[in-house]
Design a protein around this ligand. Structure first.
Ligand SMILES: C[S@@+](CC[C@H](N)C(=O)[O-])C[C@H]1O[C@@H](n2cnc3c(N)ncnc32)[C@H](O)[C@@H]1O
Length: 246
C-alpha cells in the first residue's frame, strides 16, 4: 500500500536534500543558501538548473542522472508530489539533486542574482484567464531574469497550444533568441533521451491523444519586458474539468 500524505511529509522533513522553510523564517533572515547553492548545498562549483512546478520531479531526477556536472533543484509547493522525486533521487544516490518546497513567486528570496543557468517549466497550467499567473508572463520572466546568468536558457514542455503560442509570442515580442521549438515533439527530430522523459501530467495528456510541445529560448537582460498583445485561441479540452485543479 502507498504511503499517505502525512507520512510523506514526515519523511520529507528528514531528507537532507529537501529544503522547506516557513515564510516567516525566510523573512526574518537571509536564507542560508541564497547565492551559495553550489558551494554550500551541493559542495561544488557547478552551474545550478531549476525545474519550476516540478510535481514529482521527473525532469530533475532525469537531468541530474544524465548531467552529473550540473546541480538540479526541483521546486514545487506540493510536498507529497515532491516526495516521489526526492525519494527516487536518494535511492539512486544522486548527489547533484535538491528539492525546494516553496511558491515560485518567492524565487528571488531563495536565489541571488545570476545564480541560475537554466530553468525548466514542465507542464505548467496555462492560466488562460490570468496572465499574471502564467509562468512565462512578464512578471515571472522578470524574476527569472534576475536570478539567471546573462543568456540563461528557459525550456518549456507543455500539452497546451495556448501556453506554447503565448510563450512563442513573448519570445518574439521581446526579441529573445528561440533556440529550439516544435509543436509535436514526438514526431520531431528534437526528441532525445532527456526530452522523451514523460512526467505524470504529460502521460495523462498523451493518453488523451494530445501532441506535446517543446521550446527553448535564451533570455536577454538588456531590454524592458513587454507583454505580447495578441489573441490566442483557448485550449478547448481544458474547459472539461482539468483547468483550475492546480
Ligand atoms: C500541472 S502540474 C505539473 C507537474 C509536473 N511538472 C508534471 O509535469 O507532472 C503543475 C505543478 O506546479 C505546481 N505549482 C503551480 N503553481 C505553483 C506556484 N505558484 N508555486 C509552486 N508550485 C506551483 C503545482 O503544485 C503542480 O505540482
Amino acid at each position: 500500500m502507498g504511503k499517505n500524505k502525512l507520512s510523506k511529509f514526515a519523511e520529507l522533513n528528514t531528507y537532507e536534500h529537501v529544503v522547506q522553510i516557513s515564510y516567516k523564517k525566510l523573512l526574518a533572515g537571509e536564507f542560508r543558501y541564497k547565492g551559495k547553492w553550489a558551494e554550500a548545498f551541493f559542495g561544488n562549483s557547478n552551474p545550478v538548473i531549476l525545474e519550476l512546478g516540478c510535481g514529482k520531479g521527473e525532469y530533475t531526477v532525469k537531468l541530474a542522472s544524465h548531467f552529473p556536472e550540473y546541480n538540479f533543484i526541483g521546486l514545487d509547493i506540493k510536498g507529497a508530489r515532491m516526495w516521489v522525486g526526492a525519494t527516487q533521487a536518494m535511492e539512486l544516490g544522486l548527489k547533484n539533486v535538491g528539492f525546494l518546497r516553496t511558491n515560485i513567486e518567492n524565487i528571488r528570496l531563495f536565489f541571488a542574482a545570476k545564480e541560475v543557468s537554466e530553468i525548466w517549466l514542465t507542464f505548467p497550467d496555462p492560466q488562460m484567464k490570468k496572465t499574471r499567473k502564467r509562468m512565462t508572463a512578464t512578471n515571472f520572466i522578470e524574476s527569472y531574469r534576475h536570478i539567471m546568468v546573462p543568456d540563461g536558457i528557459i525550456h518549456l514542455k507543455s500539452d497546451s497550444n495556448f501556453m506554447y503560442c503565448y510563450t512563442e509570442a513573448m519570445v518574439a515580442e521581446n526579441g529573445f533568441e528561440m533556440i529550439r521549438k516544435t509543436d509535436d515533439l514526438y514526431h520531431s527530430d528534437l526528441l532525445d533521451e532527456v526530452l522523451s522523459t514523460q512526467t505524470y501530467y504529460e502521460r495523462q495528456w498523451l493518453d488523451r491523444g494530445l501532441s506535446i510541445k517543446y521550446l527553448a529560448f535564451k533570455l536577454s537582460h538588456q531590454i524592458e519586458l513587454r507583454e505580447p498583445d495578441i489573441e490566442i485561441e483557448k485550449d478547448e479540452y481544458r474547459s472539461f474539468g482539468r483547468q483550475g485543479k492546480e
